[in-house]
Design a protein around this ligand. Sequence first.
Ligand code: NAD
Length: 249
Amino acid sequence: MKLQGRVAVVTGSTRGIGRAIAESLAKEGALVIVNSRHQKEADEAALDLGGGAVGIGADLAAPAGVEALFDAVESRFERVDILVNNAGIPMVRDSAELSLADWQQTLDINLTAPFLCAQRAGRDMLAKGGGNIVNIASVTAFAPFPKRLAYATTKAGLVMMTRILAAEWAPTVRVNAVAPGFIKTGLVMGLAAEGKVDLKELEGRTPQRRLGSAQDVASACLFLVSDEAGFITGETLVTDGGWLAYGFV
Ligand code: NAD
């Protein structure tokens, strides 16, 4: 097991991509801290995971939630070895209609929370001599999708945050990102149900001819936190079945 005994915090990990990441890390022997807004959900997911996983409910939309999460982690474990900034919300709106509240909420959860989590975990990693951070970005950081102004701006911000923290915190802490394409989770299925994305069209435009699975993203994340990726930092690994590389409409 590659990650035996390492302590890993995965934000927003009771379902979807975060859950697959938590499961993959646990399978490799990591002690996983499962987080979501609600304690009960986090406890249930941690129990399913086994391997000493701990559930911590904390709403990361506010800085106090980030503090509560890491205070609780610190009270149980001596260090944090791995942080995966996964929690995020979609936001699909005409830019002309995007309210300040929608903009602010997207920034709070998708960009400010990852910054605060990285800062809190990063200080500990720097003090204790090592660690790994992975930010879950999106292909929308690179492709200008109409109606994703707030969402894509946060994901592009995460890509730059990844590079700056990697440069600043090397050689002690490696900081990387994964940029998923369209992944079959509740988030994308919800957008499809609301008519905001067309699954058939997306599959047709993807060279690999399918949507991604949460496990596809978890595998990329597992590689980045492993010792095999020891010379990789500041990188964003696009995991999209070739969607971004494809040149035709
Ligand atoms: P999801 O909606 O299935 O899961 C999101 C998770 O984040 C949930 O566990 C939820 O409880 C948690 N969360 C949301 N707000 C939170 C808050 N305020 N505090 C704590 N936890 C909170 O979404 P998903 O599809 O699994 O997406 C996970 C990440 O991957 C997100 O950052 C998303 O932007 C990104 N992403 C997803 C796709 C995709 O196609 N599904 C593509 C690119 C990027």
